[in-house]
Design a protein around this ligand. Sequence first.
Ligand code: HEC
Length: 219
Amino acid sequence: MTKNRNIPEGPEKSGEFRDSTDTPVDDIHRRIVGREQTEPDEGLEPPPAWVWVASVLFLFAMGFYLGRYGGSWSTVAHEVESPMSAAATPAKRVVDGAQVFVGVCQTCHQANGGGVSGQYPPLADSDWLTSDPETPVRIVLFGLEGPITVNGSSFNNKMPQFADKLADDEIAAVVNHVRSSWGNDAPPIDEAVVAGIRAEIGTRGPWGAAELLDARKRK
Ligand code: HEC
């Protein structure tokens, strides 16, 4: 067995330590250290795959949650949960009768309620309109046709029905408006009156003047 000069030898069999001055310790260290990999830095290891999967699932879940319950970042969204807020008791809409009149009735009955001679009867000072509230509601709901005398003038034309086009509160508002405009001074009605007449009659064709007088007497 030949001695390797570079490998330090253990204690001699004799039990004596060999003088180490001629042992090239630096050389040996350099070789050993150079052969070894440097230790990987702790904390920079790539995370395991399940961490990636869990993170992606978590992000999707949170995105879904925000989309579903985030209320589009609206501050109003939170009022739904607060019973004290105004949203819990939705404000009843207030219909402007004058606006309904302008949009729906004015083309025929004119802005001053004077109608058009021979074609559209006046609403100003009309006792069809002011003597009881139900008659104008009946007219607006189902229309009116045939001969009729208004304020001493004769008409024989046709007014369309509005049961399909106007809601109860709109009809109540516009009837209240015309009953209290152009010198008319009749008390207002509630939309329940409109709902009652609508429910009672259902659907029908336009009234004639005589039918309206009958209905007024029967009530
Ligand atoms: C397309 C034209 C037209 C529109 C729109 C119209 N009316 Fe009439 N209205 C008439 C005609 C025509 C008569 C008379 C029918 C007849 O000759 O039998 C009449 C009659 C009336 C009468 C009974 C007669 C009188 O002058 O008092 C009232 C009340 C009335 N309309 C209210 C309204 C109200 C309120 C509206 C709007 C919601 C309205 N009308 C929309 C044409 C119209």
